[in-house]
Design a protein around this ligand. Sequence first.
Ligand code: AMP
Length: 187
Amino acid sequence: MPLGIVILGRQGSGKGTQAVRIAESFGVVHISTGDMLRAAVAEGTELGMKAKSIMDSGDLVPDTVINGIVEERLQKDDVQSGGFLLDGFPRTVGQAEALSGYAENDLNLALNLDVSIDEVMDRMLARGRDDDTAEAITRRLELYETETAPLLDWFEERGILKIVDGNGAEDEVFSRLTAVIEEISEK
Ligand code: AMP
């Protein structure tokens, strides 16, 4: 059975960087909805044009839009054979429900990369992405607390949540994540 993993964590928790390393190490397909949206913006597609101003303000793209994109991606052959690591999705309970509708049996693990608000603030200001203005950062952190944090309970209730300390050096955090994933994949 290929692995199905979601990685949660505040923006700036390092989950994007860790997700790339996990995908490489375990051979699963890294699916980042943020990357998919940024690619659509760069290509100037209809989706990109709709998403740009929402992303710049730090708001969330509507569930109906994002759910469709993810559902389509999960049906591709590479995911069906290699498994997936979802990064930046789900971000709302509505998205988690949609995901469990089309991938319930394929989902083995929800990782929460736990980093304090102070630490993620510093990291985001340092990375200097286009949408990393102080206002957008504040808005994204606010939405994380109201929309995304409730997902921790949601996954906990389904018995697949693992919390991993995301503080410290990148390699240390990666070792912690690897240990948790290995435990699951041996089951
Ligand atoms: P990220 O790279 O994950 O920080 O995402 C960058 C931006 O893309 C977010 O601030 C949102 O505007 C949008 N976005 C990415 N993933 C989602 C999602 N699952 N639901 C809604 N909006 C998203």
